[in-house]
Every structure is written in C-alpha cells, then in structure tokens.
Design a protein around this ligand. Structure first.
Ligand SMILES: [Zn+2]
Length: 87
C-alpha cells in the first residue's frame, strides 16, 4: 500500500486519496483551442515509462489537491506538493 505525505496532514495511507490521473497544466488561451486540441488536453494521456506527475485529491483528509510525482515501475512516491486550484 502506498503512503503519501500530504504537505498539510503529514504521512497518510493512499486510501485517503483519489488519483485523478496525469497532471497537465491548462493550456494558455484555452478558449481559442479547436475541439480536437481541447479533447486531447482533456482525455489523452501520455502514459510514459518514466516518473509521472499526477493530480491527487486528499478526499478523506484536508480535501486539498496535490501534485504527486510517482515512479510507475516501483510505485514509489517521489514528491507530493499542494496545487493551487482556480476558483
Ligand atoms: Zn491533507
């Protein structure tokens, strides 16, 4: 079982979190994107063979959004930091 260190709550079991997938920045001028480019941003994932950045939500804790860097081979959590979410 994975253990994540929430920057607000400290070490916690992965069962308190929800992983929502790869982290990607919102494109600048997103309103100007054509539908295929917007769909690619929303739904296509790279699934790389190297450490990935993912967006996790501390659902059963402080309810913060976190950017987590995880090694897909060893499942090791390499880094966990808070994400600012636009209102
Ligand atoms: Zn937390």
């Amino acid at each position: 079982m994975l253990q994540l260190t929430c920057p607000f709550c400290g070490p916690r079991s992965e069962q308190e979190f929800v992983c929502t997938g790869e982290f990607s920045e919102r494109p600048t001028q997103a309103e100007a994107l054509a539908d295929p480019a917007w769909a690619e941003h929303l739904y296509y994932r790279r699934n790389p063979d190297t450490p990935v950045r993912e967006l996790w939500w501390h659902q059963h804790g402080c309810r913060s959004w976190l950017q987590v860097r995880r090694d897909p081979h060893s499942q090791a959590i390499l880094d966990c930091q808070a994400v600012e979410v636009a209102p």
